[in-house]
Ligand binder design. Sequence first.
Ligand code: 5AD
Length: 348
Amino acid sequence: MHQLIEKALKTHSLNKEELVFLLREKQINDDLFVAADTVRKQFVGDAIYLRGLIEFSNICKNNCCYCGIRRDNKNVSRYRMEADDIVNLSAHAKELGFKTIVLQSGEDLYFDIPKMQDIISRIKKNGMKVTLSIGEKSFAEYKAYKEAGADRYLLRIETTDKDLYHQLDPGMQWEKRRQCLLDLRALGYEVGSGSMVGLPGQSLETIADDLLFFKELKIDMAGIGPFIPHPDTPLKDAPGKAFVLSLKVMALARLLLPDINIPATTAMEALHPQGRLLALQCGANVVMPNLNTEALRKRYDLYPGKEKAYDSLRNGLVDLQNKFRSIGRSISPDYGCHGDYLRSLSKK
Ligand code: 5AD
């Protein structure tokens, strides 16, 4: 085993040059994946935590060059779900055994503070955890959602290369996004961030910076996935689809942040029929099945192949359980909160 992987196993710390070396070097891939799998087992165990994803609006005021639901894409059939439908779908998910609902949408100004508070508090009353993934908001908004009961928030930094971010996310400010993550942390959310791998103009150095950023912010969750070009976006001809590199970034995230939650992202499954299972064997411990109907899933079209990645839920949770069993893992009956995990350690 390469000495840098041994170092990472021991210290959970690598500098930028070391990360770039491991990202570049292909000979070490298998050892890196085994090391990440070992650390995952040691720190977070074999349990897989399910999060039920509800994509409740694909209306977005932003115009990110990579994203299929960007404002300027006129080929998207836009929708908003009704509050009652969101709450009922959550209740159905609870009956199926889900403990957490992830509410995700484009940045849709229709869902203001009272509307979100109503939805959050109704899902919370039913005894579920609520994760929000609805973009950049003011401190006051984040505070209001927290007061309504939201537990976690996902906001990917997308890339830590500021110039690249400003190119790809016109009208948005990288510093503002970082501040959002700090605000969420200050308000007591469990904070998830993450990045895309294989963006045009992204270097291995930048990817190393992304990993160091996650470590510096001590994030609780890291959602990492390959960039997949969407035909109705300005990046339609970019290569993307960096499947193996994405696995490596996830594996390195596990080595650097051994006890966090790492989802086997949908984009991995969109690129490879076993993408999610492979990710689960390279550091991941969370799966976020999509709860939406097939018709709506098709319309939440972030990138090609996304909606076909949910086959397993259609076939039922038993099918998912069987898939996990085939790699010696099972669905956890617990909430799987990183914050709870850390508190339990401090009590020991
Ligand atoms: N390929 C892969 N991931 C994408 N996302 C948006 N567009 C794409 C794409 N073309 C990711 C972004 C966003 C998350 C919801 O989906 O990282 O934060």
